[in-house]
Design a protein around this ligand. Structure first.
Ligand code: APR
Length: 249
């Protein structure tokens, strides 16, 4: 099948679907200039995740972890949503029961207009106390001093899920529930290597959903996908939503 035929097939399925679920990964933000993690020039090819995205790394050197997260926050603050984010935000406008689950921590889906985004791995633009989990508003670094929690004086940390940490219970439970009860599941811009997020497309498929993968590169999920679009999300998602709008309007 040509890409066009695949796009039309996906829209045929959208038109008869009541519920649609999308899981996104770092690939969706690549066209906004935010590096992915496992691509050849990805984040983990330059930085050590155990030093920068783990509890031990933070305890042993909170300043190093904070300067890395400040570097990433600056990139995010200077980035903008791309056509892939905006296309996904359009799905909410139609009477599809559409739910968006993301592994991304950059908040670009929300900035593109997506609602009720389920953030499995937290948010890089939100901070919390390492001890008591109190959300911390305002600056974390004053000069070269780290602020401490106003409530318990604990260290402030980014509100993201680090390696070895459990995902937020309500988010992952909701994501699993949605995935087990959806007609159509999109896996977009993710290597499908990190669990439990990587389980979601398989949960959907084993409960009867049609599985679509949007990724220019094959992943370990590709063989399970009913349809694959080997384009970037910034190209594929607008093509899908535009064809869908043509058919419904
Ligand atoms: N459009 C769609 N997909 C893309 C694009 C693009 N423009 N650019 C790259 N990709 C694909 C790559 O082919 C790869 O399969 O996006 C995927 C990105 O994979 P990863 O870098 O592993 O990112 P992700 O799957 O989101 O990682 C999951 O791992 O390190 C943790 O917490 C981190 O949330 C992250 C999790």
């Amino acid at each position: 099948m040509t890409t066009n035929e695949r796009i039309n097939k996906i829209v045929d399925i959208l038109l008869v679907s009541n519920s649609v679920t999308a899981l996104t990964g770092a690939g969706v933000s690549a066209e906004s200039g935010i590096a992915t993690f496992r691509d050849p020039d990805g984040i983990w090819s330059k930085f050590n995740p155990l030093e920068l995205a783990s509890i031990d790394g933070f305890i042993s050197n909170p300043e190093r972890v904070w300067s890395w997260y400040q570097y990433r926050v600056n990139i995010v603050n200077n980035s903008k949503p791309n056509p892939g984010h905006y296309a996904l935000a359009e799905f909410h406008k139609y009477n599809l029961d559409f739910n968006l689950i993301t592994q991304n921590v950059d908040g670009l889906h929300q900035r593109a207009g997506s609602e009720n985004v389920i953030e499995l791995h937290g948010s890089i633009i939100r901070n919390k106390c390492f001890n008591c989990n109190q959300i911390h508003e305002g600056a974390v670094i004053n000069g070269n001093l780290l602020n401490n929690c106003k409530r318990c004086n604990g260290l402030i940390r980014p509100d993201v899920i680090w390696f070895g940490e459990m995902l937020p219970e309500s988010e992952i439970n909701t994501a699993q529930k949605l995935s087990s009860n959806t007609d159509l599941f999109f896996s977009i811009g993710t290597s499908a290597e990190v669990y439990p997020a990587a389980d979601l497309p398989l949960i959907a498929k084993s409960n009867g959903a049609i599985l679509i993968e949007i990724n220019p590169v094959k992943t370990q999920l590709s063989n399970f996908a009913d349809i694959r679009i080997e384009l970037t999300s910034g190209k594929a998602m607008p093509l899908i939503i535009e064809e869908y709008k043509k058919r419904v309007e």
